[in-house]
Design a protein around this ligand. Sequence first.
Ligand code: ZN
Length: 217
Amino acid sequence: MLVSWRVKAVSLGVVALSLSVELVCWVFRHLRPKKALNEVLFFPSELACVEHIFNPTLTYSCFCSLPHGIETSFSRLLRHILSASSSLDLCVFAFSNMDLGRAILALHSRGVIIRVLADKDYTAISGSQIGTLRKAGICVRCSKGTVYMHHKFVVLDSRLLITGSLNWTLTAVQSNDENLIITEEQDLLLPFSQEFNRLWVKNDPCKRPLSCSQPKP
Ligand code: ZN
């Protein structure tokens, strides 16, 4: 009888111990702080179709001549941009890439609040997406002064920062050696948000003569 009770006690101890280990593992998995996203992308990006990124529920086959089903630096960039759910603040010198313009328009149609700061000289160049954004009702401000607004960064949802050498042009994406850092580190993101807000206020068209072309009424 004594041996039987000892066996039961040991068995209960083993069960309790394994449950405790499971509990500790669960707490560690679910309650520890989530690691901030950090990612580096290099360009030029491999050429590939990005239609499935704009239409994740695509039910038909895309018949374009580009390779399909390939994850590239550009597809990663598009995915990050399209992950915005509430706001997107873009500061970019050159913006002529039509897929990136399409992404911004898609966010705008979803109700994401978009602010774009652009360089006044580049805005007037043929192929610039700035006019298309304005026609869609997106708020765009242009830099003033004699120096370039040469930043290339975007802040999404006050959550994600994308910054680096990449202009939003086809040449930069497909031909140039470029880099981007994508990060959720708030210590890095906050100064960029502050810089955006500083330039946004500084280039308020109500405070000065307009420095770049406005949409025709
Ligand atoms: Zn395709």
